[in-house]
Ligand binder design. Structure first.
Ligand SMILES: [Zn+2]
Length: 259
């Protein structure tokens, strides 16, 4: 799919779920945009995704060294930690977000202290605020709630393309239920989250066919005004509890059809 002269590929599809006894899954969306002479990745996934991100890029004939830009929506570990994979990339992050993350005490449950500190010293770091143009035609908007400085990125579609706009909202609206409810299960302020999700709705309704990419769910479009997932989750856990290495049990996590 193309938006504003950029081709969109989802390298890793986020998943809406948590574990019962092992914390958050951190299965977040990693998206690739190519166009206007740029190779940009929006959020970089968690540590366990390193291999699959590199493999997904190679599948598209892209090497990590080819990536020119990283756009980070926020500084949770499962979205930012792999900035170190891309030696030539310019990195864009929200000014408010970086200031907030740097001010946290050691031991925050979700923000990786050392990766944030190193990022702040990065020679090609660009810190931006609301309304900044971060790549040709791509604008960052502040949508706080999940974190105080969370950004979304809006790629306006062109008339010669078949879709509307592209909204990369990541954890400002992690999954479908949050869009429906204008509420989140992780927020520092419910009213601020509600206002940010309302802002997202304003962008989403602007043009028919606009695609919304959340941080932990399938991409969605509006059908008769209702958020509708494209495709189904492709997720499973492989348990190795037998007596041989090949004795494996796969637990499909796709969920019910249409769910
Ligand atoms: Zn997050």
């Amino acid at each position: 799919m193309h938006f504003g002269g950029y081709r969109l590929d989802i390298l890793v599809q986020g998943y809406p779920g948590k574990t019962r006894r092992h914390g958050g899954l951190g299965w977040s969306t990693v998206a690739l945009l190519r166009g206007h002479g740029r190779v940009a990745i929006v959020d970089t996934g968690g540590f366990s995704m390193r291999r699959i991100i590199v493999e997904a890029l190679q599948h598209l004939d892209v090497q990590p060294g080819d990536v020119t830009d990283l756009l980070l929506t926020h500084l949770h570990y499962d979205h930012m930690i792999n900035w170190t994979l891309f030696p030539n990339a310019r990195i864009t992050v929200g000014q408010t977000e970086l200031g907030w993350a740097l001010g946290l005490p050691m031991g925050d449950p979700i923000v990786p202290e050392f990766y944030v500190r190193e990022l702040a010293l990065h020679p090609k770091l660009s810190t931006v605020g609301d309304g900044a143009e971060v790549l040709p035609g791509i604008t960052a908007y502040l949508v706080p709630g999940h974190t105080p400085g969370h950004l979304m990125f809006l790629v306006p579609g062109r008339d010669d393309e078949t879709h509307g706009d592209l909204l990369l909202v990541q954890d400002a609206a992690k999954y479908r239920a949050e869009l429906l409810l204008r509420a989140a299960d992780m927020t520092f302020d419910a009213a601020i989250t509600a206002a940010s999700i309302e802002r997202i709705w304003g962008f989403w309704r602007r043009r028919p066919g606009s695609l919304l990419v959340p941080g932990h769910d399938q991409p969605m479009v509006l059908q008769d005004g209702v958020p509708t997932r494209l495709g189904r989750a492709d997720a499973a856990i492989i348990a190795i509890m037998g007596e041989t290495l090949t004795d494996r049990t796969e637990f499909d996590l796709a969920g019910p059809p249409g769910g």
